[in-house]
Design a protein around this ligand. Structure first.
Ligand code: ZN
Length: 337
């Protein structure tokens, strides 16, 4: 199997984010990709760099005003007297009724869901390289590989069509799924990150050709709070094509695998041509988030059950933060396939 990785992704190096109103060190750091790359190579994967696909992959799922915003906002922000080094919004609209503002501050509020997606000088380039990484992995699957691993960072599953959030800017899993649609009529996205894949859900909420499934910590008391509940099933043509399986706090391997089995049954019934796995490793018991208690061996069992679907798959890295076992968890997953 190949691991797709772009060095350009290191250019996003945020210094902080706001958590419960406090400035804290941002855990979504370039060191994550050093650890994950070493683990992937140690597991026997072959490293390849993604092609530069320009804006084609992101324009397929993101809105033009949002892409324009991400590309230019940091330079515009730096012109504001006394502005912070990284773009962090301080105002948010009621999006159902709000106008689209002309100002950099207003647009930051419009296009950024929260204060956990600071934009620095290298963010746009890194996010675009991350999108290219996912797109390239999808291309490998389209080219006949059974599976490919996209080592994406920044991650993507909290990014909507026109909204950044939760360390995410371009929705890499959505980009891979849309690319796979060029051959397959139906694609499933299975998100096993600790956090609900709200951006991915939102992106495909009205569509029946991309089935979005997420197993995650219950958002009733955890990020992303406003999405990820079981009654969110899709809308219009997409009704019935979104499945949320929230888990109680501290759920371990057995509880996670039970929910995963429900997810895999529903995906099998959908009969997709290919699968995108949004692979977060932050459900781990020793992850800094400390919300679920999946073990290192548990990731191999998760992978093994996913592989039993027998589908070609693009595996897209989402969350999973620096801790002693981060690399072991990826190796365990890859070994379980
Ligand atoms: Zn996560």
């Amino acid at each position: 199997m190949k691991v797709v990785f772009s060095e350009t992704q290191r250019r996003h190096d945020p210094t902080f984010f706001l958590s419960s109103g406090t400035q804290r060190p941002n855990p979504e750091v370039p060191r994550r990709c050093d650890i994950l790359l070493q683990a992937a190579l140690g597991a026997g994967l072959t490293q390849v760099a993604p092609d530069d696909a320009g804006l084609v992959p992101v324009a397929a799922v993101h809105k033009p005003d949002y892409i324009h915003f991400l590309r230019h906002i940091h330079a515009r922000w730096c012109e504001i007297d006394g502005a912070s080094a990284e773009v962090i919004p301080n105002i948010h609209p009621d999006r159902r009724n709000g106008a689209y503002p002309a100002s950099a501050v207003g647009q930051a509020g419009y296009h950024m869901a929260d204060t956990a997606c600071p934009i620095s000088a290298g963010t746009y380039e890194a996010a675009l390289a991350s999108a290219h990484t996912a797109y390239h992995a999808a291309g490998l699957v389209l080219g006949g590989e059974r599976a490919a691993y996209a080592l994406c960072r920044p991650p993507g599953h909290h990014a909507f069509a026109d909204l950044a959030g939760g360390f995410c800017f371009f929705n890499n899993s959505g980009i891979a799924a849309q690319a796979l649609r060029s051959r397959y009529d139906r694609i499933a996205i299975l998100d096993v990150d600790l956090h609900h894949g709200n951006g991915t859900q939102g992106m495909f909420y009205g569509r029946s050709d991309i089935f979005t499934v997420s197993v995650h910590a219950d958002p009733i008391r955890f990020y992303p709070f406003f999405w990820g509940h079981p009654d969110e099933r899709g809308e219009g043509e997409g009704l019935g094509y979104n499945l949320n399986l929230p888990l109680p706090r501290k759920t371990g391997d057995e509880g996670f695998l039970a929910a995963l089995d429900i997810a895999l049954d529903r995906i099998a019934a959908f009969a997709p041509g290919a699968l995108v796995v949004a692979l977060g490793l932050d459900a781990f018991e020793g992850d800094p988030f400390q919300e679920l208690t999946v073990t290192t061996k548990g990731f191999a069992r998760i992978a093994s059950r996913i592989a039993s679907l027998g589908l070609p798959m693009a595996i897209v890295q989402e969350g999973g933060y620096v801790c002693d076992a981060l690399g072991d968890n990826l190796a365990s997953f890859l070994g379980g396939l």
